[in-house]
Write a protein that binds this ligand. Structure first.
Ligand SMILES: [Zn+2]
Length: 115
């Protein structure tokens, strides 16, 4: 998975996937690679916690890999070049310090990732 940013509509389906991967006897084994901006593990951990105020350690199921501004990496058939963009609303806490958005060299550029 590749998360361009951590707005709810981009990442809050992942806790359901995490529960299935973690507990279903029919789920594939191994951790799922998840590329995301700074704060991804915290955001998904809070959303996946069974008790409000706690943070689930998602590292048993998800392999969180940081997106950073600049640089390039391969993601399947795509070449990804993350870069920060202005995408309101602005983050209000330090857990989401910026909005790095992944751009692809093919048509898979996220709809929200416009300058
Ligand atoms: Zn957004």
């Amino acid at each position: 998975m590749l998360l361009s940013h951590l707005h709810a509509d981009h990442c809050l389906d992942i806790p359901g996937l995490l529960v299935w991967r973690r507990y279903s006897p029919n789920a594939p084994t191994g951790r799922v690679p998840v590329y995301g901006p700074a704060g991804t593990a915290q955001r998904l951990g809070v959303a996946s916690a069974e008790v409000a105020g706690e943070v689930d350690d998602v590292s048993d199921t998800l392999d969180i890999r940081p997106l950073s501004d600049g640089g390039t990496f391969r993601f399947g058939a795509l070449t990804i070049s993350p870069s920060k963009v202005d995408h309101p609303p602005k983050p209000t806490d330090s857990a989401s310090p910026a909005t790095p958005v992944a751009r692809s060299s093919t048509r898979a550029t996220p709809a929200c990732a416009t300058r």
